[in-house]
Design a protein around this ligand. Structure first.
Ligand code: V47
Ligand code: SF4
Length: 378
């Protein structure tokens, strides 16, 4: 039987009024430190009140991070672009033997790590394709060799997609793969491979990649092994706002369980040279800022929201510091994934570039290590 909307005898103030989401109610919740729902996040995506959303995100960030903005001095190393997956959005990968396919030798990987340490980096960020012939031992030896040549570097390496592949090619369980890699020097994991965790979207953009559920399971096992990780979201392709919200909800739920995520990193899709190019345009600045701001509001259990300047460009990354962002990633050096796909940002920023960018946004630049311990404040 249908329930009456309210009892006739109830005093008027207790009558049930159908709940209507509006910006004021969301704002009141955030100000009261309450979690917002997926419907409310969707409402924000559909709203055009960019500045109001940004102000709310800035408040949520200020409570966690004050006026500090983190960056780190790092270097990316992509050992190989040969990949058996060939995701439709990826302009970085090649088939073995194709023009432009490469695989670095162990000593080339070590040389890059040695250079990075010599230039003051505290981290190497290592991700690559799923190579059909390299054995698991190659990756294990690469970590051991880096630890030997550049012992001060933190090694942040391998997405959940690569970890699952290592397990497949080695016949080892995922837990054992983590144990071996940690033994070889793995310090934490980057947030790649998440794309959009919703299966329908994955089938369109990366049908050969592990499922969203499996990505979450591998990350859960990483956190249980004691590793911290990041989580990314590739947006601005075929997904809807509801998919972005569903993606963030899965991350928020896992974070409630493990607490192992450090930063959330929305990655703006770069459409050049990928099979998804067709008629997909670059994301707009408004969409970039709104996505970062909503992430800051929705992911109340993540400490850090990172603007990856490689995909956003320096200017949007800088402006995002007024929209809830508190991390600008790092100096990077030799970026391939975004640039193969047409990113117009530079390959690298100097420490001075990053400090100036943060200061001009009225914030305090803080160099951090990979695990967010402050190293130096400027
Ligand atoms: O998983 C691939 C994305 C990711 C394109 O954890 C693309 O600190 C845009 O995850 N347009 C790898 N994005 C990079 C990544 C990352 C980057 C910086 C910092 C961290 C961190 C992680 O790059 C892939 C994929 O989602 N990607 N192709 C493209 N055309
Ligand atoms: Fe391979 Fe990763 Fe590119 Fe997909 S995104 S094709 S898994 S390198």
């Amino acid at each position: 039987m249908d329930q009456p909307a309210f009892h006739l005898h109830s005093p008027p103030v207790f009558r049930r009024i159908p709940f209507m989401t509006n910006f004021e109610s969301i704002s009141a919740k955030v100000r009261a430190r309450q979690r917002i729902t997926t419907d409310e996040a969707l409402f924000l995506f559909r709203s055009s009140d960019l500045l109001d959303i940004g102000e709310l995100a800035a408040l949520a960030n200020e409570r966690k991070n004050g006026n500090n903005v983190f960056f780190n001095v790092n270097r990316h190393i992509n050992p190989t672009n040969v990949c058996v997956n060939r995701c439709a959005f990826c302009a970085f990968s090649r088939t073995a033997g194709e023009d432009g396919a490469y695989t670095l030798a162990l000593d080339e990987i070590c040389q890059r790590a040695r250079d990075a340490e010599g230039e003051g980096a505290t981290e190497v960020h290592i991700v690559g394709g799923l190579h059909p012939d390299l054995p698991f031992e190659f990756y294990e030896e690469a970590l051991q060799a880096i630890r030997h040549t550049a012992p001060k570097l933190h090694i942040k390496a391998f997405t959940a997609v690569e970890i699952e592949y290592f397990s497949r090619i080695s016949g080892l369980s995922v837990e054992k793969v983590f144990e071996r890699l940690i033994g070889a020097g793995l310090g934490s994991m980057p947030g790649g491979g998440a794309e959009i965790l919703v299966e329908e979207v994955r089938q369109k953009i990366c049908p050969e990649k592990i499922s969203g559920a499996r990505w979450l399971e591998i990350i859960r096992l990483a956190h249980l092994s004691g590793l911290k990780s990041n989580a990314s979201m590739l947006y601005g392709h075929v997904e809807e706002a509801a998919d972005r919200v569903a993606h963030m909800e899965m991350l928020r739920d896992l974070q409630d369980e493990t607490g192992g995520f450090q930063a959330f990193i929305p990655l703006a899709f770069q459409p050049e040279n990928s099979d998804l190019k067709l008629d997909i345009k670059e994301t707009s600045g408004v969409d970039d800022l709104k996505t970062l701001a909503i992430a800051r509001i929705f992911l109340d259990n993540f400490n850090h929201i990172k603007a990856y300047w490689i995909m956003l460009g320096e200017k949007i990354a800088q402006v995002s510091l007024a929209f809830g962002v508190n991390d600008l990633d790092g100096t990077v050096v030799e970026e391939k994934i975004g640039h193969e796909a047409g990113a117009s940002s530079p390959q690298s920023l100097t420490i001075e570039d990053i400090i100036r960018l943060i200061r001009k946004a009225g914030k305090v630049p803080v160099e951090r290590d990979t695990l967010y311990h402050p190293i130096r404040s400027y």
